[in-house]
Design a binder for this molecule. Structure first.
Ligand SMILES: [Zn+2]
Length: 598
């Protein structure tokens, strides 16, 4: 049983973030909210007049967004630490109301800008006086051929609610209506099985427990298989419809082109991961041997291979370890981390009413990033500190080096800086703990599992999505049978050489909520590969690689994400970084074997 949750006021101030850096109190927030609403009204006067002075309209549009940001962030962050506080929830509700008001008041802006002449837009984008807005204009111009006449855009917008239906149906079915059979525990009792508790049961050292949980989950989804297939079909058909309506060749292009990611990135990922399946199998064979199993089943993949390891890491010790592990990132990076530690950036401990999980919020250019943690005294949560501060540092460097319209980094690189910190820290700590066999085995196991679940598993998901969308685009029916067959064959391809691929794994695609946000999961795999390649460069090349990495962190969205990574010497349009990262996987496996056999 976990220790009783503390009340927020029982936690010393040094372990809480300080929101007074944004506004001294709620009254100041109220005043700022009123100012934003007034500015919104003023901006609405541009309606129908953007063509008269587009340069000025663009400036005022971004100024208004900038002005609104702290009002949103303060209300959001204030609510995160006590979800039961009615005052905080009131602030949040009013901030979101403000958001609706603003987006309604500003909705004419982009269509009016898009209706300007191509030549004029290009001229504004090239105007040195408008350099702060060139990335925004570059995107706008690229979007133009995919923007429809106003009447048709209106129709598409009216379809918005309908388009969301498959996602809502999936959520209702799986979060509300569906329930799972209880799991039989070794002591004869039963335990409740939910999507939440499944992740613990599937890691259980008791094979009956994990098998019972696995069957309970997979068979229950299977019993709703036709409904879920019809729901997913609706989602895929909508993707195909939206893509065709907007003149994209495929649904994948419609997702990747706006992010300026060539589809070769996706194809390279799949082919390089395929080439590394033999290494995955070598890893699985080792797992099978270490677990002493005759057959490795799909429910045997998540149990930790290293037992009896626990490192007691209070937050202060954990932070020291993060600073030690991130030494390769350079002195000014470390200095900023020390500042974050004492500067009111971080909310450390769980407390009553606080949101679970962890995140970094980096939108406040004029203040600093804020980090929410729920620290427990262990190594896994120590990596979370490094991960979230990776996000914060990415925001910090982009915010300080780019003007506001170019400071937000792209979704494609969103997990690069965070996982680069984790990879760097793990590999550096291997040296720190060179004499501690248990610690080494734990770290290596952690890293290997990260590869399996993030690179191999997410790439398999990406492949599944591509198959489903291609089938729909070719007019083939998406049914329970066709989808489950495709998913089962993928599992055979990835795991079949070593694992017994249980039949009910064919239902697993049915429980993945990410599939309702299509062509997104590949970013996890490419992000980890880019991060591991970067950390490999930093660790092997030192200072010059650190300097280049800083350029990437500082780039925001000033250049397309592929070019931002090129600044750090990583070319994601080639297979090389994927290959390099999978090479690190191979080396890590060899190291793990050496430690285990020693
Ligand atoms: Zn993250």
């Amino acid at each position: 049983m976990a220790a009783k949750l503390r009340k927020r006021e029982e936690i010393p101030a040094q372990y809480k973030w300080d929101l007074s850096h944004i506004y001294p109190d709620d009254a100041a927030w109220e005043a700022a909210l009123a100012d934003v609403l007034a500015s919104g009204k003023k901006f609405a006067a541009w309606e129908g007049k953007v063509a008269e002075n587009p340069r000025q309209a663009i400036r005022e549009y971004f100024d208004l967004n900038q002005q609104a940001e702290p009002v949103f962030s303060y209300a959001f962050l204030r609510g995160e630490t006590d979800n039961g506080d009615p005052v905080a929830q009131g602030l949040r509700a009013r901030a979101s109301q403000m958001g609706v008001q603003l987006s309604t008041a500003m909705s004419f802006f982009e269509p009016e800008l898009l209706s300007l002449d191509d030549a004029l837009l290009a001229e504004i984008a090239a105007d040195p006086a408008m350099a702060d807005y060139d990335a925004f204009l570059r995107n706008l111009i690229r979007q133009k051929p995919h923007t429809l006449p106003a009447e048709q855009e209106k129709l598409l917008a009216m379809m918005g609610q309908v388009a969301q239906a498959p996602n809502h149906i999936f959520g209702m079915l799986t979060d509300v209506d569906m329930s799972f059979p209880p799991v039989q525990m070794p002591d004869g009792t039963t335990a409740e099985l939910t999507e939440g508790t499944y992740s613990q049961f599937i890691r259980s050292e008791d094979r009956e427990v994990r098998k019972s949980a696995f069957d309970g989950i997979m068979n229950t989804y299977g019993s709703f298989g036709s409904t879920i297939a019809a729901t997913y079909n609706g989602s895929v058909q909508n993707d195909v419809f939206q893509a065709r309506a907007r003149h994209y060749a495929t649904a994948r292009d419609a997702r990747m082109e706006p992010l300026e990611i060539p589809t070769s990135v996706y194809d390279n990922l799949i082919s390089e991961v395929h080439a590394a399946i033999p290494v995955l199998n070598e890893y699985l064979a080792l797992r099978k041997a270490l677990m002493g199993l005759d057959e490795l089943h799909m429910y045997d993949l998540y149990t930790p291979m290293v037992k009896d390891f626990h490192m007691e890491l209070s937050y202060d010790k954990a932070f020291d370890l993060v600073l030690e592990g991130l030494k390769p990132m350079g002195e000014d990076y470390l200095a900023k981390l020390r500042e974050a530690r004492v500067g009111g950036w971080i909310d450390v401990y769980p407390s009553k009413g606080k949101s679970s999980g962890a995140f970094s919020s980096g939108n406040l250019r004029d203040v600093h990033p804020y980090v929410l943690l729920n620290h427990n005294d262990n190594l896994s949560d120590t990596f979370t500190i490094a991960h979230e501060l990776g996000h914060s540092m990415h925001s910090f460097y982009s915010n300080t080096n780019q003007p506001a319209p170019k400071s937000d980094y792209s979704l494609f690189v969103a997990e690069v800086a965070s996982t680069c910190n984790e990879a760097t820290m793990i590999r550096h700590l291997l040296k720190t703990f060179a004499d501690d066999k248990k610690a080494l085995a734990y770290l290596l196991n952690h890293f290997l599992e990260q590869f399996r679940t993030t690179v191999f598993r997410q790439t398999m998901f990406a492949e599944f999505e591509l198959i489903a969308h291609t089938m729909a685009e070719q007019g083939q029916p998406l049914t329970r049978e066709s989808l489950s067959k495709a998913y089962y064959e993928l599992n055979q391809k990835y795991y079949g050489a070593v694992c017994t691929v249980d039949e009910n794994i064919a239902n697993e695609w049915m429980r993945i909520p990410h599939f309702y946000r299509s062509y997104y999961v590949y970013v996890y795999a490419t992000g980890l590969c880019a991060a591991v390649s970067l950390s490999d460069k930093i660790l092997s090349e030192g200072e010059s690689a650190v300097r280049d990495y800083r350029k990437f962190l500082s780039a925001g969205c000033a250049v397309p994400p592929i070019d931002a990574l090129k600044l750090a010497g990583i070319d994601m349009s080639s297979p090389e970084p994927i290959r390099r990262a999978l090479g690190v996987f191979k080396d890590t496996l060899a190291q793990f074997k050496a430690v285990i056999m020693a």
